[in-house]
Design a binder for this molecule. Structure first.
Ligand SMILES: [Fe+2]
Ligand SMILES: [Fe+2]
Length: 158
């Protein structure tokens, strides 16, 4: 699959501060690959990147569940695919050159992940907005309190 490679920009901000901060952090981390470096440090950074991705995808899935996003299962499938690609890279990286690792990280973050945000992540934004406004409208309704509080907590965590 061929993607156009792109750097982080405000064009891919989904409007949920915590999610946007995580997306940006992943691009910042990916930008540290390439050039000179030692194998051990690169492998460590790759492990950190993989862990950050795991945490991000999990939190995003929690957000989608909290706002009853109808495309949850299809989106989860894409996340599984992304995790698998990253774990494959982590597994194979010991036998790769630093340039090869950097190239693959670029493909995964600046290609695959960038396009995933633009297409798949933007698709849940209306559900988040609808849930956020429903939560603020029913602030005084005890029945909705748990769900609203959970969503607000995820959406405001920067
Ligand atoms: Fe995301
Ligand atoms: Fe996603």
């Amino acid at each position: 699959m061929n993607f156009e490679l792109a750097e982080w920009s405000s064009k891919i901000e989904v409007g949920v501060p915590a999610i946007d901060a995580q997306h940006r952090q992943l691009f910042d981390l990916a930008a540290t690959f390439g050039g000179d470096g030692d194998q051990i440090r690169v492998l460590k950074t790759l492990a950190i990147l993989t862990e950050y991705v795991k945490v991000h995808l999990h939190e995003e899935e929690q957000l989608m569940i909290a706002c009853h996003y109808p495309g949850l299962e299809a989106h989860r499938k894409l996340h599984r695919e992304f995790r698998r690609m990253l774990f494959d890279l982590l597994e194979n990286a010991k036998r790769m050159t630093l340039d090869e690792i950097a190239e693959e990280v670029k493909f995964l973050i600046n290609g695959w992940f960038y396009n995933h945000i633009l297409i798949a992540d933007f698709d849940y934004v209306p559900s988040v907005q609808a849930a956020a406004s429903a939560a603020s409208m029913s602030e005084n309704a005890p029945a909705d309190l748990d769900e609203g509080a959970e969503l607000a907590a995820i959406a405001s965590r920067a």
